[in-house]
Design a protein around this ligand. Structure first.
Ligand SMILES: NC(=O)c1ccc[n+]([C@@H]2O[C@H](COP(=O)([O-])OP(=O)(O)OC[C@H]3O[C@@H](n4cnc5c(N)ncnc54)[C@H](OP(=O)(O)O)[C@@H]3O)[C@@H](O)[C@H]2O)c1
Length: 338
């Protein structure tokens, strides 16, 4: 693969820290890596490939000096910085929701729709951490037997909200165990020893923005504009890895055995499904792993052509940093770097 230079905006965050680890693990061919964060962190030193690297401000000049700019900060930072970096000729791989539904921006999971990268205009979006695991399982099934309807419930870890939410869960757990009143800043209610059917903001239609992402992003990635998706997104007191209960309706009958076989052969998916022996996907097992884990594959008794399944996926890896790095690897392989 061609050697390149990169900048990472959000290097001190939950996704940024995992991103740095994955660069090293995959030996990503970057000769230069510039680490950037907010003014609060400028001057701090972060370990990268065995060396201490100073955190910088993501200036226009810095963004003009690299081939790839990865942004994992916030949607507003992406809206501000992505067009600047793209104008300077860099390829932006954005982890936020800012551009995902923009018709001029490919929304890519490299195992599923790498060809969408070909017509890019400088900005590539990486999906939401609940969409990616679901679509990794749905797309290979859809290719064999078109999916008509999906009902999903997510069980999302707190690192999905960022590093500060993880600190809040741990601090609250201590407060509750010590018999003190739990304090909360990040979530509207206590998250320790609780579950919140509330991920992001409520919309007029009664769904949340996170739930609508699961519908809209899935349709875009699968090139299935009419796919019916209804999601309920739930925050649970788990530090890393999102789980999802997914019920899928197909055009034609399909057996759990057929689904298992398709998923077992799908790139980036591992089937873990021996429920009688207590073997099924769980956050403690998928944390730190690259694949999406699928199990509890069974017939959905409520519909003719339906399957129910359970997924678990490290939200910081395939749900975020890994997918972004795979996008860049795919672009290098396709010769899309000018
Ligand atoms: N967490 C996930 O599972 C996940 C999954 C998919 C997508 N995402 C998306 O990825 C992005 C980052 O999420 P996260 O969980 O890593 O959040 P986080 O832990 O809160 O980290 C935010 C990062 O953004 C940096 N930042 C804040 N203001 C900045 C500014 N003005 N200029 C430059 N950098 C700034 C922060 O730097 P300081 O440390 O200096 O404040 C920090 O490095 C978000 O858009 C999120 O929606 C997250």
């Amino acid at each position: 693969m061609k050697d390149c230079s990169i900048a990472l905006i959000g290097a001190t965050g939950a996704v940024g820290q995992v991103f740095i680890r994955i660069l090293e693990e995959r030996n990503f061919p970057a000769s230069t890596v510039r680490l950037c964060a907010s003014p609060r962190s400028v001057g701090k030193k972060l370990k990268l490939r065995g060396e201490m690297v100073t955190v910088e401000e993501p200036t226009e000049q810095l963004l003009s000096e690299v081939d790839f700019v990865f942004i994992s900060a916030s949607s507003s930072i992406s809206r501000e910085m992505a067009p600047v970096a793209a104008k300077q000729g860099a390829i932006v791989v954005d982890k936020s929701s800012a551009f995902r539904m923009d018709l001029n921006v490919p929304l890519v999971v490299p195992e599923l729709n790498p060809e969408d990268l070909d017509g890019h205009n400088g900005i590539i979006a990486s999906p939401n951490c609940t969409t990616t695991p679901m679509v990794m399982a749905l797309k290979p099934l859809h290719e064999s037997n078109p999916v008509t309807r999906v009902i999903a419930a997510s069980y999302q870890s707190v690192t999905g909200t960022g590093a500060a939410a993880s600190d809040e869960l741990i601090a609250q757990s201590r407060e509750v165990l010590d018999g003190r009143e739990p304090t909360h800043e990040i979530y509207p209610h206590q998250i320790a020893f609780n579950v919140l059917p509330h991920v992001e903001d409520f919309l007029e239609n009664g769904y949340t923005t996170e739930e609508m992402k699961m519908q809209n992003e899935t349709r875009k990635i699968m090139h299935a504009p009419d796919l019916r998706v209804s999601a309920t997104c739930v925050r649970v007191p788990v530090v890393v890895s999102h789980c999802e209960a997914v019920n899928v309706e197909f055009t034609d009958p399909i057996s759990p055995g057929e689904v298992t076989e398709i998923l077992a052969n799908a790139p980036g998916v591992t089937v873990v499904d021996e429920p009688q022996s207590g073997v099924y996907p769980m956050p403690v097992q998928s944390e730190g792993q690259d694949d999406v884990f699928a199990g509890r594959i069974r017939k959905d008794l409520s519909m003719d052509n339906g399957i129910a399944m359970w997924l678990s996926c490290d939200n910081l890896r395939k749900g975020a940093a890994l997918n972004a790095i795979q996008i860049a690897e795919e672009m290098l392989q396709r010769g899309l770097l000018k």
